[in-house]
Design a protein around this ligand. Sequence first.
Ligand code: PLP
Length: 394
Amino acid sequence: MIYLNKNYAELKDSYLFAGIAKKTQAYLDSHPGQKLYRMGIGDVSQPLCPAVIDALHAAVEAQAHAESFHGYQPECGAPFFREAVAALYAARGVRLSPEEVFVSSGASDELGDILDLFSPETPAMVLEPAYPAYLDASVIAGRKIIHVPASAENGFLSSPPKTMEAALIYLCSPNNPTGAVFGRDQLQAWVDHANKTGSVILFDAAYEAYIEDPTLPHSIFELDGANTCAIEICSLSKTAGFTGTRLGYTIIPKSLTRQGLSLNSMWVRNRTTKTNGVSYILQRGGAAVFTPEGQRQIQTQIALYKRNAVTLTAALDTCGVWYTGGKNAPYIWLKCPGGMDSWSFFSYLLNEIQVVGTPGEGFGRCGEGFFRFSTFASPEDTVIAAQRLIGLFA
Ligand code: PLP
């Protein structure tokens, strides 16, 4: 007898982005040849930077010759990759040993896989509006979910609740979808809460590269006590255009223990059982991101996306639409005008000006009435989308 995981039946019908794809496809089917301006799904528009491409080419060439060929890589990451990440953290004043860095195939894979460390009885605390994968992965595991809704009143940055219950706490900063970024004191409050309650924070830092305010933390490990309560999940997807290439890294401090067990050692055991490492070629490409040349080149790309943010927020200013985000984050979170609900606003923009955004309701109930624009489209499309918004509302 096969017993299936019945928790799948508890998942909401359609994953947010699948719902958007379905509706936009239906629009295209009835309006063949119509161009859409996609300010919705968070994929990037710019190619990998030259430093990464050169490293990838060189690694492919190495694989062509017996004397430079690389077979299996160490499951937890090639030493050169782990050392490159540790050096990045050192430059930010965070001391890590390379053994505390694990390579991954991207943050999504890791956010799902890492749950192997925790038994399903551990509740998950999800700060909403939230990236949908946190909730869905927790539902699939059958966890009790503690919803912590945020609002415009607290700047979409919730404080820890009074509860002393230990939980797996999902924090995302800069936040997808709201673009809110935790300040040091706000994040310290979460670290203190986690240490006091025995919780573990899963800190999603997928957008840390967009932080330009020097007072804001890029890593949770910049804060006192985080190395006894946090795991940090990072991605090169939005940092360096690896959405289709797939590479990320995860930090699990050796000092993170629960019930006498080291989560770092458990994760080593997990990776050596469930993976055979990440491709040598990709890790060489990823390591190039951390070279001075790579860092310069990705900053040029990030600056392009930030100009898109200025284009869109200037349009919203002209239209008198309330929004937040878009400064230290690639997302703009706006209030649907005229009290529209978020899916109605989605359809309105699609039908009237062919601009596609993301309905806030898909990020949790408290996201209803809000809408997300991403800044990852091409500058050309972003300018047209901004002009069309002004034409519609100003
Ligand atoms: N975490 C957040 C908050 C995201 O928005 C995304 C992707 O959009 C991911 C993780 C997944 O990133 P990756 O491409 O590395 O799987």
